[in-house]
Ligand binder design. Sequence first.
Ligand code: ADP
Ligand code: MG
Length: 403
Amino acid sequence: MIPSHVVNRPTGRETGSFLALDLGGTNFRVCEVVLDGHSGARVRQSKHTITEAQKAAPGNELFDFFADCVYNFIAENGQAALTKKYKLGFTFSFAVNQVAINKGFLILWNKGFTNSGVVGADVVALLQAAFHRKKLNIDVTALVNDTTGTLMSHAYIQPSTRVGVILGTGTNCAYVERMENVTKYTPTDTPDAKEIIINMEWGAFDDEQVVIPRNKYDVKVDRTMNVQGKYTFEKMISGMYLGEIVRFVLVDLVKTGEIFKAGASPELNKPNHFETAFMSRIERDHTLDLNDTRTVLEDMLKIPRTTLADRRLVKTLCELVGKRSARLSAAGIAAVVTKMNKLDGCTVGIDGSLFELYPHYSNRMRDALREILGISAEYVVLEQARDGSGQGAALIAALADKQ
Ligand code: ADP
Ligand code: MG
């Protein structure tokens, strides 16, 4: 439960041009957002993939890479643009102890990052220093979690938004809390603030492992992926892990002789070779003999020969793991909305490739919400907040001006 230092929700009337830099986990984006003051925004962006090598490099190299990307992005506006002064919102989607709107210390890495020299450091200062090294005239005015960004950007177009959720590489949630309930934080710069956005870091929910039932595959995923014993809720839900859960089950089924009797493949034994995107493809395969599932298994995973029974079993398995993910994230939303006392109506903005691309994901969430909340589930509206995290950072940079 991390106070975001964001105490204003947007009105939709904010204007101006801002930069945003969005580090999610898989992708890294630079955006220029021009707010039109009528709940609309024009966005130009460039997208980059973070390589495994970059995730393990010394921290300064990672931040220099960010500065290079921003430099090239601004240069597209012409050489003169490079000397212009910009305000930038930094979406940094990791557990940060945020002590001011533009200052926060990384508590721990997750999602496979291990860069040295960043844990315990102020990530805004690291980014600012990288901009200085690159002689860019950019002021990092806001540090934002992607959940907060998503909540804010969705509130810009839909004012009833009170919750922001990420279902991408990782999973997390932010919601609007009444200030009197936040005992760990006193808003010294904004003493009149009535509410504040809280970044829940819900991926770390139940790391004590006493509430949620887990199976041996969850334990295996936890053991083999960073950081052991941490973010165990996230490891049952998000894109970085679902495929790996399925792979571990398949490896087991091969061992017990229940699948791929004609033989498995070295690919199946390689960590992370069964991508969550494969699950989407398999779940979307409605052909009679599961042809597309065959393509995934035989062409991409190099399984020599599969039977229809094999493919059906794989499909059922994907369905089980995918459904569980959707139901657990819905359980989280039900808990948050109940805690907020917003069962009379609340919009939840959701961003991330898993929610956007995984078939049936939102329907499965809806089903679970109905089971948990009954009729009240009808008033909890789940909406796609596409690319909310970057635009939200720009909005917060705009509001930080006023704060
Ligand atoms: P980030 O979390 O880095 O901001 P995204 O929201 O794009 O980025 O999420 C990336 C994650 O989404 C990856 O871990 C990947 O497993 C998952 N993903 C990508 N494509 C699909 C797909 N077609 N179906 C399900 N999950 C996907
Ligand atoms: Mg993202």
